[in-house]
Design a protein around this ligand. Structure first.
Ligand code: IPM
Ligand code: MG
Length: 354
């Protein structure tokens, strides 16, 4: 049966990196994928006056999975907030109810030298960050900028309902069960009521998972521990904003932010797959970006939405081989390796599939 993929390249380097992931998927005709493109982010605003055009949302709803590049660019920063590219991304996550964001931080041994940390600190690193994606201060009401007592104030609302915490906690516990059976819940319960509830609910959910060793950590300490001794972590579960920050940080452990894929899943494992990095306007159009995070996101799509572990691993092994062969984009280049462009990296992965 054909499976339909909505392909949303977005802005900046988005089109270049997505083209490489599409190339890899097309090199596997046995997957039976039908891909259709639509605009999102600044590209959506440029073509339809909306960062999430109706046609794009319709395509994404009808598709079995969504593959996304990146959104945003300086030319859109002055637009009204609802028209900005980032809002298109937040809206599609919300509209599709993609509440569980899986961000694996894995160090490929060949990239130990590209990490900003010492090789012994990061070698063998394999962490899964589960970030809640449709709640928290990103969506909480009220929000705004207004004048109070003669001066402007900006405000947002950090809010989680127990059902929101419970469902993402379950996803994290289920993942922990399939991995090292260790889960660390990250919050700021020493200061925030929202975090206090988060922690309580995670403890309630843990009763259903007696085999998983649950720990709790304040987010500031977690940021420190991630660079001090990251291998203490197996699975981390955290809210939207803390997860946004900690996953960028964790990406550096793995050599480059250009290496980290993600899956954003709903209740039924329908998902949107995107690299965790942004649109990198400074290098857009130069064919130098690292497409591996996007290619690895396509592998996650096969694993989580289509339950096709074998082909997911086939892509991941191809990436491994390419790295072992010393093929590198600029962000992960070190002396003695071979520097290639974005599209050459895509070609190398395709060749390694064979
Ligand atoms: C991410 C990005 C987005 C986020 C931005 C582009 C809205 O940083 O996916 O991590 O904050 O979620
Ligand atoms: Mg981010």
């Amino acid at each position: 049966m054909t499976k339909k993929i909505a392909v949303l390249p977005g802005d900046g380097i988005g089109p270049e990196i997505v083209a490489q992931a599409v190339k890899v998927l097309q090199a596997m005709p046995e997957l039976n994928l039908e891909m259709e493109e639509a605009a999102i982010g600044g590209a959506g605003y440029d073509t339809a006056g909306d960062p999430l055009p109706e046609a794009t949302l319709k395509l994404a709803r009808e598709a079995d999975a969504v593959l996304l590049g990146a959104v945003g660019g300086p030319q859109y920063d002055k637009l009204d907030r609802p028209l900005r590219p980032e809002r298109g991304l937040l809206r599609i996550r919300k509209e599709l109810n993609l509440f569980a964001n899986l961000r694996p931080a894995l160090l490929y041994p060949e990239l130990a030298d590209s990490s900003s940390l010492k090789p012994e600190v990061v070698s063998g690193l394999d962490i899964m960050i589960v970030r809640e994606l449709t709640g928290d201060v990103y969506f909480g009401q009220p929000r705004g900028i207004e004048v109070r007592n003669g001066e402007r104030v900006g405000f947002n609302t950090m809010i989680y309902s127990e059902s929101e915490v419970r469902r993402v906690a379950r996803v994290a516990f289920d993942i922990a069960m399939k991995r090292g059976k260790k889960l660390c819940s990250v919050e700021k319960a020493n200061v925030l009521e929202c975090s206090e509830l988060w922690k309580e609910v995670v403890i309630e959910v843990s009763k259903g998972y007696p085999e998983v060793e649950l720990s709790h950590m304040y987010v500031d300490n977690a940021a420190m521990q991630l660079v001090k001794w990251p291998k203490q972590f197996d699975v981390i579960v955290t809210g939207n904003i803390f997860g946004d920050i900690l996953s960028d940080q964790a990406s550096m452990l793995s050599g480059s932010i250009g290496m980290l894929p993600s899956a954003s899943l709903d209740e039924n494992n329908k998902g949107m797959y995107e690299p965790i990095h942004g649109s990198a306007p400074d290098i857009a159009g130069k064919n130098v970006a690292n497409p591996l995070a996007t290619i690895l996101s396509a592998a996650m799509m096969l694993r989580y939405t289509f339950g096709d572990e074998a082909n997911a691993q086939r892509i991941e092994q191809a990436v491994r081989k390419v790295l072992a062969d010393g093929v590198r984009t600029a962000d992960i280049y070190t002396a003695g390796t071979k520097k290639v462009s974005c599209s050459e990296m895509g070609d190398a992965v395709v060749a390694a599939l064979k």
